[in-house]
Design a protein around this ligand. Structure first.
Ligand SMILES: Nc1ncnc2c1ncn2[C@@H]1O[C@H](COP(=O)(O)OP(=O)(O)O)[C@@H](O)[C@H]1O
Ligand SMILES: [Mg+2]
Length: 371
């Protein structure tokens, strides 16, 4: 494939696929088409402003900056690009000495081009070091441009943000991830099933680096990319089992849902693993009516919050499962009073009131159910 460096490797030694298939040209960067389009406009125009790229990990920020620098500088890339990332020392002294020295260095460049300083993972620079950059950026702007890449743009001080063109990167869509994985599978002769690749996409959550790494781990570790192998290698709860828990809740079979939950728990998955998988699975369950799905998402959201607050127990998850099973019963009861015999002692109107009360006063709801 065109984007791969794809050079022949020494036998027995293989580059990680994330490096092997790191795009070389902006046209090969997958997803975020509007943002990449802006970068391509800069590439064509040649006059690179100071840039600030922000977004989640593994979606192509570092790659895009390097593609742009390659395109702008060509053979001068080696001399005219200074990259400093979180693993380099980037305190105030370095900013003052190393960056200044590079900015003052004379390099012969194609006409109209500038030297580029790439500050990767810039959100890990101390505010002091960032402050020290302000004036430097202005003084050397005629010859040197700065490209910052970070996960959270709010950790970059305002004065730097206002000097940069800000480009935001979003998650990569499942289709785009899948397309890329298919290309890699073909190039690497990977044996896979369609469900296996869907599982890789599911585990990656829009993160291309994770997707490619999971694909490689599964292929090298198990020799075949099937859903079971993927979830084994990635050590995540199997979505089908999680889906089963939800199906059972929806059918009102709370006992078997709890059994299923306990068996997941006994496999060693943490509360957070289970609750995040519940959320991701419920979103994709077309078998649930929209209203039920929304209520489920809200309940799972509450449990997620409590788990993050530290109540990461099986009891907490069991309470969630019980509530999910109960929600549907209440809904059915409210809609069809005649089918409501099993909720003894609660008239339909009382149940409706309870549901509404829960939805309007989440705090009461939380207190009632805190496990
Ligand atoms: N948009 C993308 N298109 C193609 N490959 C990508 C993309 N984003 C990430 N990758 C893959 O993931 C690896 C890491 O990407 P990188 O640009 O370093 O991510 P980050 O956004 O964290 O800086 C790359 O080497 C490449 O293999
Ligand atoms: Mg990066």
């Amino acid at each position: 494939m065109s984007s791969s460096t794809g050079k022949a490797q020494a036998p027995g030694y293989e580059l990680p696929w994330v490096e092997k298939y790191r795009p070389r040209y902006l046209r090969d960067v997958v997803g975020n088409s509007a943002t990449v389009e802006r970068l391509r406009a800069i590439e064509e125009h040649g006059n690179c402003p100071h840039l600030l790229l922000s977004g989640l990990p593994g979606i192509g920020k570092t790659t895009s900056v390097h593609c742009l620098a390659h395109a702008l500088l060509g053979d001068a890339y080696k001399e005219a690009v200074l990259e400093l990332n979180a693993s380099d020392d980037r305190g105030i002294d370095v900013v003052r000495s190393k960056i200044k020295a590079f900015a003052q260095k004379k390099v012969s460049l194609p006409p109209g081009r500038h030297k580029i300083i790439v500050l990767d993972e810039a959100d890990s620079m101390t505010p002091g070091a960032q402050q020290a950059l302000r004036r430097t950026m202005e003084i050397y702007a005629p010859t040197t441009r700065f490209c910052f890449a970070c996960n959270q743009s709010n950790k970059i001080i305002e004065p730097i943000q206002s000097r940069c063109a800000i480009l935001r990167f979003g998650r990569i869509s499942d289709e785009e991830l899948l397309r890329r994985l298919l290309q890699i599978c073909e190039a690497e002769h990977v044996k896979y099933s369609d469900e296996g690749l869907a599982a890789v996409v599911f585990t990656a959550e829009g993160d291309m680096r994770q997707a490619v790494n999971n694909l490689q781990s599964t292929w090298t570790g198990m020799g075949y990319v099937s859903p079971d192998n993927v979830f084994k290698v990635c050590d995540q709860p199997h979505p089908l089992v999680v889906r089963d828990v939800l199906d059972k809740c929806y059918a009102g079979r709370v006992d078997s849902a709890l059994d299923q939950l306990e068996s997941l728990w006994s496999l060693g998955y943490s509360s957070l693993d289970i609750v995040t998988t519940l959320f991701r699975v419920v979103r994709t369950m077309d078998s649930l009516p929209e209203a039920v799905k929304l209520e489920y998402i809200r309940e799972i959201g509450w449990t997620h919050m409590r788990t993050l607050e530290g109540v990461a127990t099986l009891l907490q998850l069991s309470a969630l499962v019980a509530r999910l099973a109960k929600l549907v019963r209440m809904r059915v009861g409210a809609m069809h009073p005649s089918t409501n015999e099993h909720v003894a002692g609660h008239g339909p109107s009382a149940i409706c009131a309870e549901v509404e009360c829960g939805s309007e006063h989440p705090s009461m709801h939380t207190q009632r159910h805190t496990g």
